[in-house]
Design a protein around this ligand. Structure first.
Ligand code: SF4
Length: 230
C-alpha cells in the first residue's frame, strides 16, 4: 500500500461514524477540480505512513474511533487494497471506500469479501461530458457503467456523488447522470471548493440557487439527493 496521509479524526468523511481517513497515492484520472493533485500527479513511491504505524494508531484508538475512510487518489489502484481493507476490518473497524469507479472487478471482489461497509463512488458527469471532467481525451466510460451497476445491485450501503463546477456542468449533465444512476438510493451533489492543490485552474463554484436546481433535477431519478459543501 502506498499511504500518503492519515487524518486522525473526521466527522465528515464517513457518514454516521467517528473515523480517521487514510489517503492513498496515485490516480488514473486527472479531474481538473481534483483538490488533492499532489496525491495524483507523481506521488512519492515511498509511503508517508507505514502499515505498522497505521495499525498501531488503530490499536490505540479502538473504542474512540469506529470507522476508517479510505480515499485517494484512487485507492483501488493499490495492488494489495483487498487485503488491506480486510485487515482493517479484522482490527474491528467499519470501512468506507471512496472510488472513481474505474476498477469494477476489484470493486466487485471487495463487495463480495464482506470487509467493506460503505462505498462512495464518483460519477463525474454525464456520459457525453465525462472526458472533459476526468481530464482524459476520448475517455471510455464502460468501466464506470459497470461499477454503477455493481453498486446498485449490491447489498452494501453506498452513495454516488458528483462535484459540480461552473463551466464544466450544466442542467443537462445532471439529467444525464440521473438517467445513468436511475433507481439508485442516494446521490450527493458536492459544491466545488478551491483547496489550493487543484489540477486545473480558473474554476468556480455554483451558487446555492443553482445547486438547489440541480438537486430538483436529480430527485427525478433517485430517492435521496443531498448537497454537500454549500
Ligand atoms: S478527483 Fe479525479 S483525479 Fe482527483 S483523486 Fe478523484 S478521481 Fe483522481
Amino acid at each position: 500500500m502506498n499511504i500518503q496521509g492519515l487524518q486522525k479524526l473526521t466527522l465528515l468523511d464517513y457518514p454516521g461514524k467517528t473515523a480517521c481517513t487514510v489517503f492513498t497515492g496515485g490516480c488514473d484520472l486527472r479531474c481538473p477540480f481534483c483538490h488533492n493533485s499532489s496525491l495524483v500527479i507523481n506521488p512519492p513511491h515511498e509511503s508517508a505512513v507505514s502499515l505498522d504505524e497505521l495499525l498501531s494508531f488503530l490499536n490505540k484508538r479502538r473504542g474512540v474511533l469506529d470507522g476508517v475512510a479510505i480515499t485517494g487518489g484512487e485507492p483501488l489502484m493499490q495492488p494489495d487494497i483487498e487485503d488491506f481493507i480486510c485487515l482493517i476490518k479484522e482490527n474491528g473497524y467499519s470501512v468506507k471506500l471512496d472510488t472513481n469507479g474505474t476498477y469494477p472487478r476489484k470493486l466487485s471482489n471487495i463487495l463480495k469479501s464482506g470487509c467493506v461497509d460503505y462505498i462512495a463512488m464518483d460519477v463525474k458527469s454525464s456520459k457525453e461530458n465525462y472526458s472533459q471532467c476526468v481530464g482524459i481525451k476520448n475517455y471510455d466510460i464502460s468501466k464506470i457503467s459497470e461499477s454503477i451497476e455493481i453498486l446498485k445491485n449490491s447489498p452494501v450501503d453506498y452513495e454516488f456523488r458528483t462535484t459540480v463546477v461552473k463551466g464544466l456542468h450544466t442542467d443537462s449533465d445532471i439529467e444525464g447522470i440521473g438517467e445513468w444512476i436511475k433507481g439508485a438510493k442516494r446521490h450527493f451533489l458536492q459544491g466545488f471548493k478551491d483547496s489550493g492543490d487543484l489540477i486545473g485552474f480558473g474554476l468556480e463554484a455554483f451558487n446555492k440557487e443553482t445547486m438547489l436546481g440541480f438537486r430538483d433535477i436529480m430527485l427525478r431519478y433517485v430517492s435521496e439527493c443531498e448537497i454537500r459543501g454549500l
